[in-house]
Design a protein around this ligand. Structure first.
Ligand SMILES: [Zn+2]
Length: 344
């Protein structure tokens, strides 16, 4: 399957705002900054941007990370992917925004907390990831989404890299938009298969397939895209970064943009839903199952002990599944998520 839009070899020009533009000649990699907003003291906030323009016709691939500001793994994954590419050998081009929400990144938090605490009502919804295609005349989240979406719309396909927020850890998992979006969604599935993350969720309900989510709106606009979750919020781990680089490079190879052999995982799980398991008691969480393991109905996943050491709750799998997301914070209150299964 290669029904993605192909671009001829030509200079790639991106408008940065303020009359400035970024121009990447064929066979070059250039960095730039695109205007986002101005702070109260006049300080400009800008998106970092990397454009790699190849020397043969091919797709234009959008790669973004850290629309949630503490999700640093994706930033490292993209910097290593970009460093691994020789523009003189590339087919097509890459438009990369390694930090999709600079203000959230400054806060090292999922959200730009200073803006939200100052004016919570005006800044709601605060999660830019959920308000695509955005609005240039809206609040901060909507402006972020609108500026990113303007870049995404110019591309053939897109991957939006995430980790859970702090306290959660995902296997490398491609989470697709709803297949009801038609041919573009089927191409998003194809792209996820090219990545060979080892874990794919092709679901029809829940947050990840809701309208407003970045990859959902991109796919709805004809740009096949998915959400790629990997690792843990707030933490940079070399083995996680390497795994992410493997997956994105697999996609580049699958798209015919670079040459090489795709590196495949030992097993691959296709799932259709998530099942979040929440604590009813408070205490200390001890997870007993390895992340990525296949679990059976009734299998014990974790225990919660109170502060005196008494076991107050046992978290078990209500049905068979794959343990795709763990809770890494040990301090858990009733109602908080203890584990998430992917359901086949
Ligand atoms: Zn995220």
């Amino acid at each position: 399957m290669q029904a993605l839009k192909t671009f001829p070899v030509e200079p790639l020009v991106i408008e940065l705002g303020g009359g400035q533009s970024l121009r990447a000649a064929p066979g070059t990699c250039v960095r730039g900054q695109m205007d986002l907003i101005e702070l109260a003291d006049g300080t400009p906030v800008r998106f970092p941007l990397v454009v790699v323009n190849g020397v043969r016709p091919g797709p234009r691939f959008y790669l973004g990370a850290a629309v949630h500001g503490d999700e640093v793994n994706g930033i490292a994954i993209l910097s290593q992917v970009i460093a691994s590419i020789d523009p003189q050998q590339l087919a097509g081009s890459i438009v990369c925004v390694p930090v999709q929400h600079p203000l959230a990144f400054y806060a090292d938090h999922r959200f730009p907390v200073s803006q939200f605490m100052k004016s919570p009502l005006d800044q709601a919804p605060i999660d830019a990831w959920t308000v695509f295609p955005g609005d240039l005349h809206g609040n901060l989240s909507q402006i972020v989404a609108a500026k990113l979406f303007a870049l995404i719309r110019q591309c053939s396909c897109a991957i939006d890299i995430h980790t859970p927020t702090r306290g959660g850890r995902y296997v490398p998992i491609a989470i697709l938009p709803s297949m009801s979006l038609g041919p573009a969604a089927e191409r998003a599935l194809w792209l996820a298969e090219q990545c060979a993350t080892g874990f794919i969720v092709k679901g029809e309900r829940g947050m990840y397939v809701s309208r407003g989510i970045c990859c959902v709106e991109a796919t709805a606009a004809g740009v096949p895209a998915f959400t790629f979750e990997i690792g843990e919020g707030g933490r940079l781990e070399s083995e996680v970064t390497e795994e992410g680089v493997r997956c994105i490079r697999n996609a580049l190879i699958g798209l015919g943009m670079v040459t090489g052999e795709r590196r495949l995982p030992a097993v691959s799980h296709l799932m259709h839903d998530f099942l979040g398991l929440r604590a009813t008691r408070g205490g200390l969480l001890r997870t007993e199952v390895a992340l990525g393991a296949v679990v059976q109905a009734g299998q014990r996943l974790a225990t919660i002990t109170n502060i005196f050491g008494d076991t107050v709750e046992t978290i078990t799998a209500p049905q068979a599944g794959v343990f795709v997301r763990s809770t890494t914070l040990s301090n858990l209150s009733g109602g908080e998520r203890a584990a998430t299964l992917g359901i086949k």
